[in-house]
Design a protein around this ligand. Sequence first.
Ligand code: PXL
Length: 267
Amino acid sequence: MTNRAYVIAGSEATGGAGIQADLKAFQELGVYGMGTITCIVSFDPKKDWAHRFVPIAPQVIADQIEAATSCHDLDVVKIGMLGTPETIDVVAEGLRGRSWRHVVLDPVLICKGQEPGAALDTDKALTAQILPLATVITPNHFEARTLAGMESIETVDDLVEAARRIHELGPRHVVVKGGMELPGPDAVDVYFDGEETTVLSAPKIGNARVSGAGCTFAAAITAELTKGADVGKAVEVAKAMVREGISHRLVTHAPFASVTTLAPTAG
Ligand code: PXL
């Protein structure tokens, strides 16, 4: 396990999403993982599992980035939930301080439980500061609508249009995840590399969103890029892995199931 992958993301205390899912995906795909925690999310079972959100102090984030990047030669990083404009400032500065072969951005836009006003500032800061540094971005349906400025995304053509618009914001590789949100029997993702569009389609499993699927998807892409795969191949492996993880999801006491992190089986 000589390939090293890095993630800067939030902790999600139930283990389904966030940096917990990221590090499990890294391990499962055979890369050595290390992480910088940006915030701590603890769902509240007394309040319908609402998000309790605590940001980590910016200096502590800077310290973690310093420790990880001084200890290891890293050239691929995944960015997950950041959560506040202050966090975005310090992470953007950390990223700018070195050259990356790939920055994989899962643009986690709004966390329930945050002040709506603060979330708006956070979305703006993410778009202004982190998006231009990303080489790969993996927005879900809601994030794609927000970033592309589209009122609705209902068809595969809409997904393609969203991917093209988001590409113009900077990232060379855009994967828009249709997930459960598009009508029809298939979960459809669209990958656009600036020239070619690839539609990835697989039958939906169940009819509910599964916690941690997006985190695992971007983490798996990151792990594969670390090992030298090209983005198209990395996206394929990630889609297969999330499918496997959704079919083996954990039923929990919360109203959502949690993805498990299993390497895709051959074939
Ligand atoms: O799945 C999005 C996500 C990412 N990161 C953290 C989270 C969540 C959703 O709850 O808590 C830390």
